[in-house]
Design a binder for this molecule. Structure first.
Ligand code: NCD
Ligand code: ZN
Length: 435
C-alpha cells in the first residue's frame, strides 16, 4: 500500500538544512516530499490546513532509554516510540543500557526487529562501548558497526578507564563509516553515593553531593584522549559551565567533539530540589543558575550541538520512594520541543531556526540518520512535524510513555505537536497518536 498524499498548506516552514524560514505549502506523495512552494495545487491529496503552525523536519533524539529488552515494566519500544512520535520525533537513538546490554549484534538486531514490528518512529540502536558496560573490555565493536551501529555508549556509566576510552576512540577510527564514541562524563569515584549537585543546596537538604568537578575532570580527560587518538567523541548531557568552556576551547583547537544538553538541564537548577521531588533526580544532576546560563549560551553559539532528551522512564513504585533510594532519570520525549519553545524561543533566548537545528538537523547528522533532519525538499523522505506554537498545555498524565516520572510534571508549556509524519504516514494526526 502506498503512503497517502497530503498537502500541508500554509505553515511556517522551518528548515535548518536550507536555512529556510518562510510560509510555504508542502506536498507529500509516496512517502516523500513531492513539492515545496507557494499556492500548490492539492492534485488529489488530502489537504491539511496548517496555517499559523510550524512545519519542521521530524525531530531526532540522540539519547533515549527505551528499556527493551529487559525492563519492559518501565517502557517498551512500542510505548517509547509512541511517546517520541507524540513529541514530534521521527528518529531516536535507543541507549544500550538494556538487559541484556546492547554489546553485540544479536541485541542490536533484536531491537531493530522489534522497532520495525512495533515502533512508531525509526530506532537507531546504540551499541555499548564495553562488554556488559563493565568498563573493562571493549564490546564487539566490529560486529556492532557491521550491524549498522554508528553511536557507541556505556551511558548510565562513565567509561572510567582512560585506557579503555583510548582504545575505543582509536578503534572507532578504523571504520569507513563515521563511528562516534559517546561518554556519560561523570567521574565515578567523585560521584559515589551522590544524590544531587554538590553545593549549598545539597548541604541544606542533607543529601550527598555529585560535584560539578566530576564532569569537568572527565570532560577534560576525554577531550585530551580525543585529541590524542583523533577519534570522534560525543559528550552526553552536559550540565556544568566549566565543562562547556572546555568543549568550547577544544572545538576552537579542532578536536573532533560534539555535545548535547537536555531540556531539564536547560530549565531547572539544584534549588528546585527543595521539595525532594524524585522526578528531578537525574544524572548528571541539575546544577546552579550560572551553569544553566552557560548551557543556554553554549546551545546558542553551537558549542553544544544538540538537545537530547535523556528520556529515562522508571515505574511509579520505583520513583515514589525516599529521595536517596529513587533511581535517577526523567521522561522527556513528549515535552522536549515544547520546553525549548517555551523556555528558550519564546523569551527570545534562541532563534527558532537554531532551536530546530539542535533538535533535528544536527542530531541527525551526528547519528548518520540521513533520511532525517531535512532538508524539506523534493525527493526527500517525508519525515516531518507540524507544531501549533500557541497551544498552551499542562504536563500531566496520562502520558503516551508507560512512565510518568516527568521533571516537568505540572508545568505549563506552550507549543504542541499537531501532526508527525514518518515517510509520509501520520504517526500523529490532529494531536493524536495513530501509529
Ligand atoms: C539514565 C537511566 O535511567 O538509564 N538515568 C539518568 O538519570 N540519566 C542513565 C543515564 O543516562 O545516565
Ligand atoms: Zn547518562
Amino acid at each position: 500500500m502506498s503512503a497517502p498524499a497530503w498537502l500541508l498548506r500554509g505553515a511556517r516552514v522551518v528548515d535548518p538544512a536550507q536555512g529556510r524560514d518562510e510560509p510555504l505549502d508542502v506536498l507529500v506523495r509516496g512517502g516523500v516530499v513531492a513539492e515545496v512552494g507557494v499556492g500548490l495545487d492539492a492534485a488529489g491529496a488530502t489537504v491539511l490546513d496548517v496555517a499559523g503552525a510550524l512545519l519542521a523536519p521530524g525531530l531526532v533524539d540522540l539519547h533515549a532509554h527505551l528499556r527493551e529488552p529487559g525492563e519492559e515494566h518501565k517502557e517498551t519500544i512500542a510505548t517509547g516510540t509512541r511517546a517520541a512520535a507524540a513529541g514530534g520525533y521521527t528518529a531516536v537513538a535507543a541507549m544500550a543500557n538494556t538487559s541484556p546490554v546492547s554489546d553485540r549484534a544479536a541485541v542490536v538486531r533484536a531491537v531493530r526487529e522489534l522497532a520495525e514490528a512495533t515502533g512508531a518512529c525509526d530506532v537507531f540502536p546504540v551499541g555499548a562501548i564495553t562488554k556488559g558496560q563493565q568498563g573493562e573490555t571493549l564490546a564487539e565493536i566490529g560486529e556492532l558497526v557491521e550491524a549498522g551501529v554508528r553511536l557507541l555508549s556505556d551511558d548510565g556509566r562513565c567509561v572510567a578507564s582512560a585506557r579503555v576510552l583510548r582504545n575505543a576512540l582509536t578503534y572507532a577510527r578504523a571504520f569507513a563509516e563515521p563511528v562516534v564514541i559517546a561518554d556519560h562524563a561523570e567521574d565515578p569515584d567523585l560521584v559515589e553515593g551522590g544524590q544531587m549537585h554538590e553545593g549549598v543546596h545539597s548541604v541544606a537538604l542533607g543529601l550527598a553531593g555529585r560535584p560539578a568537578e566530576a564532569e569537568e575532570v572527565i570532560v577534560a580527560r576525554d577531550l585530551a584522549i580525543a585529541r590524542m587518538t583523533g577519534g570522534r567523541l560525543h559528550l552526553c548531557h552536559l550540565s556544568s559551565a566549566r565543562a562547556v568552556e572546555l568543549v568550547r576551547r577544544a572545538k576552537q583547537e579542532g578536536i573532533r567533539v560534539s555535545a548535547e544538553v537536555t531540556p531539564h538541564h536547560l530549565t531547572f537548577t539544584d534549588e528546585d530540589l527543595r521539595d525532594y521531588d524524585t522526578n528531578l533526580k537525574v544524572n548528571p544532576p541539575l546544577r546552579t543558575a550560572e551553569d544553566r546560563e552557560a548551557l543556554r549560551d553554549a546551545l546558542v553559539d553551537g558549542t553544544i550541538d544538540a538537545v537530547a532528551t535523556d528520556h529515562a522512564p522508571h515505574a511509579v513504585e520505583e520513583k515514589e520512594v525516599e529521595f536517596d533510594r529513587a533511581p535517577p532519570g526523567t521522561i522527556g520525549l513528549e515535552t522536549a520541543l515544547a520546553v525549548v519553545l517555551t523556555e528558550l524561543v519564546a523569551p527570545g533566548r534562541i532563534d527558532l531556526l537554531r532551536a530546530i537545528d539542535a533538535l533535528s538537523t544536527t542530531p541527525a547528522r551526528i547519528l548518520g540518520a540521513s533520511e532525517h533532519g531535512g532538508p524539506i525538499a523534493p525527493g526527500r523522505p517525508a519525515n516531518l512535524v507540524v507544531v501549533d506554537p500557541e497551544a498552551s498545555w499542562v504536563v500531566e498524565p496520562p502520558f503516551v510513555s508507560k512512565a510518568r516520572n516527568a521533571a516537568f510534571l505540572g508545568r505549563r508549556l506552550r507549543g504542541r505537536v499537531v501532526h508527525t509524519l514518518l515517510r509520509g504516514r501520520p504517526t500523529v494526526l490532529d494531536g493524536k497518536v495513530v501509529a
